[in-house]
Design a protein around this ligand. Structure first.
Ligand code: FE
Ligand code: FE
Ligand code: FE
Length: 227
């Protein structure tokens, strides 16, 4: 009965509908379903909105104040903090895989910059009085998976570097979007010191993106000459 009930779906149902479930002996089955567990994409559990609505012990969630811009800023900071750490672990693999010395050097340079970017984020956490903590960023996990797939599938191919460049630029564009947003929100929240830190990183990401474009262009010209 429980499972049947949970299969009916949770959207649009009132919290009271779920309250009796908490007292059922196998309520954890229903809870898992309600929390979206088992729905994975690269091991990510979602949807979060559902997890927020139903508290972990299955009771109806307490009515809360709607979250505001400062909470959104903090959440997005956690997102990019997770992403930067992921990128830090991926860049050495990309440098190792790259065929051209120029691309290798670009990845190594950006690895060093990424360490500094993580430190800046930690400073921003301090500014808002929070501990630096990451929160799984599904986008960066999937973009990284795509990069890993290219490394695997184009190993030894002359097209490998083109694939690595494309993967790296997808990462930079994600970061540019996040830092642009965070910077704007920091301004709105009056966090002037954070604005400067986020702006500095934003400029580094943009410069990296441009450097990658230059490497890609040079490689395209080389291929055209060779052909
Ligand atoms: Fe970065
Ligand atoms: Fe994200
Ligand atoms: Fe970057």
């Amino acid at each position: 009965m429980l499972q049947e009930r949970s299969r009916l779906g949770y959207l649009g149902r009132s919290r009271e509908d779920f309250a009796p479930l908490a007292n059922e002996p196998s309520a954890h089955v229903a809870r898992k379903h309600l929390q979206g567990e088992g729905t994975t994409l690269s091991g990510i559990r979602y949807p979060q909105a559902v997890r927020h609505r139903i508290s972990l012990n299955g009771e109806a969630a307490m009515a809360k104040e709607p979250k505001k811009l400062d909470a959104l800023f903090h959440d997005t900071l956690k997102d990019i903090y997770f992403a930067e750490k992921k990128i830090l672990s991926t860049l050495p693999k990309m440098a190792k895989a790259a065929q051209s010395e120029e691309l290798k050097a670009a990845f190594e340079k950006h690895r060093g910059e990424t360490e500094g970017q993580i430190e800046r984020l930690e400073q921003v956490f301090a500014i808002i009085g929070e501990k630096p903590r990451g929160k799984t960023c599904a986008a960066i996990v999937v973009i990284s998976d795509e990069g890993a797939e290219i490394m695997e599938e184009y190993k030894g191919s002359p097209a490998l570097d083109a694939g690595l460049l494309a993967a790296a630029q997808a990462v930079e564009h994600y970061e540019i979007s996040r830092y642009g947003t965070l910077r704007a929100w920091a301004e709105e929240l009056g966090l002037n010191e954070a604005v400067e830190l986020l702006q500095e990183t934003l400029e580094e990401e943009e410069a990296t993106d441009e450097a990658l474009t230059e490497i890609a262009k040079a490689a395209i010209n080389q291929r055209a000459e060779a052909a």
